[in-house]
Ligand binder design. Structure first.
Ligand code: SF4
Length: 292
């Protein structure tokens, strides 16, 4: 399935920057940025556009083609902070990179503004199945999630949506989440598959690590159900051996987060990633989506 729809050696390199870290009012049980848990994470002020564009320029020079910006918000509020994000999106596009944001829930006019600024993709994860969702998050509903995905799609922005395994969900929950994503019409262009990176102080901070083969299986299932999407091997990669990562690529992963930091979790460094890609004959995929 993978080879039918994608050049098998290509891997998309995305860099992710947290432009506003911590102090989030939501209660996602896996997240160190929720203000409800004592995780030792320091809340940081919103970054300014020039700092963000400097980071984007560095990511581009290191080989990334997509730059993702995350803000720990429940939802976007109109005003100077959102205007600044729009400025960042325009700046990233002007660098010749794809721009992606993850900012929480969005209204239709806000999605339209992001689209007008040139946003390539919007990330909004379903996280898990509808039935397990309430065990992980109580401050918003599955339908809220799906509604935001609809708003994004309507605005003409591509959809990036996936989830996390290792939170105590069953195999059926994993399948149900993939089925929900696969039944979106059109299907998401990008599906991040995360293994829980347990963060001390969060309700899921003591969970045992996921067996890498479960991640491989999840990626393979995502690849079969959502054949045209970029399946992104996301959080949890730091805990994987090189061999497990290669198995993920063979199973259909063709995108990685690239760079030292993944929001507030560690990520393998650029050097290690380049050497892994060279060792298995993979190469960075060229930029593919231009929305303007
Ligand atoms: S995952 Fe996002 S919405 Fe949930 S607590 Fe963390 S920053 Fe907030």
């Amino acid at each position: 399935m993978h080879r039918e729809h994608h050049p098998p050696h290509d891997v998309q390199l995305c860099s992710l920057l947290s432009v506003k870290t911590g102090g989030c009012p939501e209660d996602c049980a896996y997240c160190s940025q929720s203000s409800r848990y004592d995780t030792g994470l320091e809340k940081q002020r919103m970054m300014k556009t020039p700092e963000v564009l400097e980071a984007a320029g560095r990511a581009k020079a290191a080989g990334a083609t997509r730059f993702c910006m995350g803000a720990a918000w429940r939802e976007v509020k109109d005003g100077p902070a959102f205007d600044e994000v729009l400025e960042m999106v325009r700046g990233v596009r002007a660098l010749g990179m794809e721009a992606c944001c993850t900012l929480g829930m969005l209204s239709e006019p806000q999605a339209k503004k992001l689209a007008d600024a040139g946003l390539t993709a919007y990330n909004h994860n379903l996280d898990t199945s509808r039935s397990f969702y309430g065990s992980v998050i109580s401050t918003r509903t599955y339908d809220d999630r799906l509604r935001t995905l609809e708003v994004v799609r309507k605005a003409g922005i591509t959809v990036c949506s996936g989830g996390i395994i290792g939170m105590g969900e069953s195999i059926d929950d994993r399948c149900a989440m993939l089925a929900t994503l696969a039944n979106l019409d059109p299907q998401p262009e990008s599906v991040p598959v995360n293994a829980l990176a347990p963060m001390p102080g969060t309700p899921l901070g003591d969970r045992a690590p996921v067996d890498p083969l479960e991640l491989v299986r999840m990626i393979a299932t995502a690849r079969i159900l959502i054949p045209k999407a970029r399946v992104r091997l996301s959080a949890g990669r730091l805990a994987l051996s090189r061999e497990s990562q290669v198995l993920c690529f063979l199973a259909g992963a063709n995108s990685i987060f690239y760079g030292e930091k993944l929001l507030t979790t560690g990520n393998p460094d650029v050097e290690a990633d380049q050497s892994l890609l060279r060792a298995v004959g993979m190469r960075a995929a060229p930029i593919e989506m231009v929305t303007e």
